[in-house]
Design a protein around this ligand. Sequence first.
Ligand code: NAP
Ligand code: 8YV
Length: 329
Amino acid sequence: MASEKPDVLVLGPAKPTIIDGLSPRFNLHKADDTEIAGSMLAEVAPRLQALAVSALPGRIDNAFMSRLPKLQIVSTFGVGYDHIDAAWAGKQGIIVTHTPDVLNEEVADTAMGLLLCTVRQLPQADRFVRRGEWVTKEFPHTQTLRDRTIGIVGLGRIGKAIARRLDAANVPVAYHGRNRQPEVAYRYYADLVEMAREVDVLLVITPGGAGTRHLINAQVLEALGPNGILINVARGSVVDEAALIEALRQKKIYAAGLDVFANEPNVPQALIDMEQVVLLPHVGSASLYTRRAMDQLVVDNLIAWADGKPPLTPVPETPWQGKWRSAAS
Ligand code: NAP
Ligand code: 8YV
């Protein structure tokens, strides 16, 4: 007998908060990614009204969504949604929701940690102690935050949480984005190259996707200069990785701290081999506390939908228009 609960496809790992939160209300189907979903899709596709995306499972593009004629909502984990063709979904009346705000402070903490690790070479100092070198010599003195201005590329929700931490640390902040923010007192640069020339650190926290692809290129790195440090907690696609490796090799910039990469989880050997680079495995939001809050927001958006209420956190490309797309369309 057909279930009366709406059919929902969970794409990605079966996380307890998501599965336990959705099970009482929905008939769940699970697939690791869009490719595996392909084989079982033929059977459930005509009934599927919702997707719960529990990690970054590869692209959810219009070809995939087109196979789900009753799709009304894609509730995705993570604030970044460059893995979803949200503009296309918006045109079809499909709502895409994401998990903003609940991770701001965590990602800002991680960005500050990565910044400090890179400037003060803390992972390198840890390795120095573990190698037993301290008994024979002093760890070399490092760069400092004390004489540096930080240029934040993307002063949004997370960028502002990072800026607050820098304010508390007495570190001057400037920012670049497509728009000046009149309510913000930090110096604004409409031109990224100009900002790179005038600051000592570029800290990147924009969305990924086509609009920001290789925003940080050879010209920007050259402008940052030999004392400059690049911190990337945005998406790997925002930085031209080959240009970054070249700039580090040729000492056109001083160091880099990276949480995100062009082809995760693969990190270029050239970066691994560089002592002046600090590498993290995309852990910006990855505390138990914050990941649980993000998972819960994936659930809460779907429960709002099932109750016929507005989505809690739709992305700008799929604004709430007062009603859900008709299940029959
Ligand atoms: P947000 O509030 O939307 O802020 C994004 C900022 O980027 C805005 O200030 C926007 O300003 C700017 N921006 C957008 N497109 C731009 C462009 N083409 N050139 C320059 N600036 C641009 O987003 P958020 O919540 O802070 O999250 C930002 C991003 O951080 C996410 O999309 C995700 O990719 C990344 N993230 C990474 C991790 C991690 O684990 N490493 C965790 C969470 C988020 P304008 O509109 O004025 O340009
Ligand atoms: C997650 C992120 O680590 O929210 C984002 O945009 O990058 C992170 O919080 C990401 O979704 C990977 O699963």
